[in-house]
Design a protein around this ligand. Structure first.
Ligand code: NIG
Ligand code: FE
Length: 353
């Protein structure tokens, strides 16, 4: 490693510093391309309601869900929001995440969304996505709020645009419109689709030129082959499937069909309060029937592609020296489930954890 970049893959007797990794595997720094940082507080009470059988609609009617996190964010000061986000970010780093994306989405107003984007930048996210179309704010209908989204997209400093398409959120026609907005702004389009219901949003996202479609727990069988053939990533979120009580995305079939398969935490206070990619790797291997190596590729090289960061994601000469030293072979990561297998984290050539 020289100046933060990998310069050779074999022993160099002239090296200034040699690190003995004691037989542990070295893998590329993990890339989390889908998180909902920053947010304020957690929603553990809702999780308990969910697992003990209270229906989602009832939780939402009682003021829970995205609206609850929006209220918490609105009343929290910048310093408190950043302190919480930094502690989650530190957890992610200890579990091997060297690159992460953050989304707005809990602002739910013009000023709130601009503030969320600003806080995501202050947090140091490598990519910031404007999820301005997350829930329809009170006093608007979907189309009316999309007019605001159009203005926000023009004004906000974001690297990508995202939308939540669901019966309780936005519609396929809003996704189509966000595609036009993203084209105009010259940023990638991403979309939360087929999370709780099959809305047939994948063909719409593909026609709109989306970089990724995320969730896919209710992917329609007819949409699998077109997605696999497209230059659009299938971002699977097994933490949200497991804790958020979603169906299971067809991970094995997507991989077999040649889709660009990606894994991320979806770290958020509602459906996936998960910060560890090794845990997500364990879930993906068990529940999709992936090999450990497929799972690692999905949250390194493939995830870097989603973020448009081709300077990282693999251990190759010329790439950024983002490296994770494990304390055993890669196959132990999913197998010894729930345990942190990370011994050391190197980012840009520096040991950071
Ligand atoms: O990715 N689907 C919408 N957004 C988040 C959850 C939001 C929340 O419950 O706070 C997700 O699962
Ligand atoms: Fe999400």
């Amino acid at each position: 490693v020289e100046d933060g970049v990998i310069v050779a893959l074999e022993d160099d007797p002239a090296a200034d510093l040699v690190v003995d990794v004691a037989g542990g595997a070295i893998v590329p720094g993990l890339v989390d391309c889908h998180t909902h940082l920053p947010f304020a507080g957690w929603r553990a009470r809702e999780y308990e309601q969910k697992v003990t059988g209270v229906p989602y609609e009832e939780i939402a009617r009682g003021g829970g869900g995205i609206a609850s996190s929006a209220r918490s964010l609105a009343v929290a000061g910048d310093a408190d929001v950043l302190a919480q986000a930094r502690s989650v970010r530190a957890e992610m780093l200890r579990h091997g995440t060297t690159t992460f994306e953050a989304k707005s989405g809990y602002g739910l107003s013009r000023d709130g969304e601009l503030r969320a984007v600003r806080l995501a930048r202050e947090l140091g996210a490598d990519r910031v996505t404007g999820l301005f179309a997350h829930a329809v704010p009170p006093g608007y209908d979907a189309a009316g709020w999309m007019d605001e989204v159009d203005r926000l997209a023009a004004e906000a400093d974001v690297d990508a645009l995202d939308i939540y398409v669901e019966s309780v959120a936005f519609r396929n026609e809003d996704l189509e419109r966000l595609g036009e907005i993203a084209r105009r702004e010259g940023v990638p389009l991403r979309a939360h689709v087929e999370q709780f219901n099959a809305n047939r949003s994948v063909p719409v996202a593909l026609a709109a030129g989306a970089r990724s479609v995320d969730h896919l727990a209710c992917l329609h069988p007819d949409d699998l082959a077109p997605l696999a053939a497209a230059e659009c990533a299938a971002v699977l979120l097994p933490g949200a499937e497991f804790l958020g009580a979603e169906e299971l995305a067809p991970g094995r079939a997507l991989a077999d069909a040649g889709a660009i398969c990606v894994l991320a935490t979806d770290c958020n206070p509602g459906t996936s309060p998960v910060s560890s990619l090794p845990l997500v790797i364990g879930l993906a291997v068990r529940r999709y029937g992936w090999t450990a190596r497929e799972a690692f590729a999905a949250c390194t090289l493939n995830a870097a592609w989603v973020l448009g960061m081709e300077d990282r994601g693999s251990i190759e000469v010329g790439k950024r020296a983002d490296l994770v030293v494990l304390d055993g072979p890669v196959e132990h990561v999913p197998y010894r489930f729930g345990r942190n297998p990370v011994r050391a984290v190197i980012a840009g050539g520096e040991v950071v954890a």
